[in-house]
Design a protein around this ligand. Structure first.
Ligand code: GDP
Ligand code: MG
Length: 389
């Protein structure tokens, strides 16, 4: 577990991503010890945060034995290296929000296609950093955190990176060519798959831990590499057992950099092979956010998994007033009129079993509607925009 600090510079009118970054980081195993937020009129041109604040961060790094600095901002150009230089070299890993998001994708990706898209995105995102890196290399020594140019002169690095990008693109084409209309996961497992969907911080992992806490992670078949995120669960009473595989998927993320959107679509697209998604909504947010996130989720889901049955999980009700809850429910019914809806508090464990019952009912209804028929599955790759960027 890497000991980490989340650092952010917030300028007027900008949305803070610090809490979200901390939550994503914890989900993939960072130990976030502190969140450092600086408010400035504008981002500092060299370090994003001010030089004085960076000195404070340096002190904290030494005092608290910090191994990673996670910026909630996007660090432009090669600021990563400049920040590392101030912090005393590459002992400390420095990444920005986008590189962290790619780490999150990478932890969850199950298919070769997703892995390749993620690697490609990382390479494209850091492509222009090579030059700056070489300029600072003498001071920095070894590089950490991205596939850097090593000892090559810049033009060699660039040629190498280009070659790597082309190789990945060719491999991807290969994957597309060989793609089966895959129902592989299910056939291997023999259990229906339930994926958790919804925005970061809507409570998916909290729900997963509540449910998975009472269940063992044995017999996961193709998900054995994902034991932290997949669990076999029982959806019902002992007299009438009904097993399923619950997967804590990556979820939606706001303000994604264009270079990483494709990797997101492909990785999230893996849930289109699920039998059901539990779509989490944080009902305690302001109505504007609830509305924005609902319509965005609806759009993405229609795009990547149009036939995926949903159960709407209206979460964090322990933090809602009755009026707030009623208004949120109204919005949810407008956006998802046909899906069953369950009100719950994942944190307090309230109505968690109602969600499981509703999941079971939906799965059973689905098989009643089409007896004996194979469930239609959308292959993730068909939604991927294959145009070169
Ligand atoms: P994820 O990003 O969707 O996996 O969200 P998490 O499960 O990590 O939860 C994000 C934050 O919301 C955490 O601080 C949780 O403790 C909190 N949270 C989750 N569910 C509830 C809930 O039902 N009520 C309240 N008050 N907080 C919750
Ligand atoms: Mg989570």
């Amino acid at each position: 577990m890497s000991r980490a600090l989340v650092v952010e510079c917030v300028v007027p009118q900008a949305t803070s991503h610090a809490e979200e970054v901390a939550s994503m980081a914890r989900n993939i195993g960072y130990q976030v010890l502190e969140i450092v937020i600086q408010h400035r009129k504008s981002l500092h041109h060299t370090y994003t945060i001010g030089p004085g604040k960076l000195e404070e961060v340096k002190q904290t790094v030494a005092e608290r034995d910090i191994e990673a600095i996670l910026f909630a901002n996007r660090l432009p150009g090669a600021q990563v290296f400049k920040i590392q230089k101030v912090l005393g070299g590459t002992e400390v890993k420095v990444i920005d929000r986008n590189l962290l998001i790619l780490e999150v994708f990478d932890k969850r990706a199950m298919t070769k296609e997703s892995k390749l898209q993620i690697e490609l995105a990382r390479l494209r995102y850091t492509f222009s950093w090579g030059k700056e890196f070489l300029r600072l290399k003498g001071i920095l020594g070894e590089q950490v955190g991205w596939s850097g140019p090593g000892n090559y002169p810049y033009h060699d690095y660039q040629r190498g990176a280009r070659r790597q990008i082309s190789r990945l693109e060719r491999e991807l084409e290969d994957v597309y060519a060989k793609k089966k209309t895959s129902r592989e996961h299910r056939q291997e497992l023999g259990f229906p798959i339930i994926a958790l969907a919804g925005y970061t911080q809507s409570g998916k992992t909290t729900f997963f831990n509540k449910v998975a806490g009472e269940n063992k992670d044995t017999g996961l078949g193709p998900f054995t590499t994902l034991t932290t995120y997949a669990r076999k669960v029982e959806l019902s009473d002992k007299s009438n057992p009904y097993g399923a595989i619950l997967i804590d998927s990556i979820g939606f993320i706001e303000d994604m950099h264009p270079i990483i959107v494709k990797a997101f679509n492909t990785t999230l697209g893996e849930i289109s092979t699920a039998d059901l998604a539990l779509l989490f909504v944080d009902a305690s947010e302001d109505l504007e956010s609830v509305h924005r996130k609902l319509s965005a989720s609806s759009k993405v889901l229609k795009h990547i998994a149009p036939n995926l049955p949903l159960v709407l999980c209206i979460n964090k009700t322990d933090r809602c007033t009755l009026t707030q809850l009623a208004e949120a429910k109204k919005l949810i019914s407008q956006e998802f009129p046909d899906a069953p809806k369950v009100v719950l508090s994942a944190l307090k464990g309230e109505n968690v079993t109602d969600v499981l019952h509703s999941a079971r009912e939906t799965l059973e209804n689905k098989s009643k509607i089409k007896p004996g028929e194979p469930v239609s599955r959308v292959v993730p790759s068909i939604i991927v925009d294959q145009s070169k960027s």
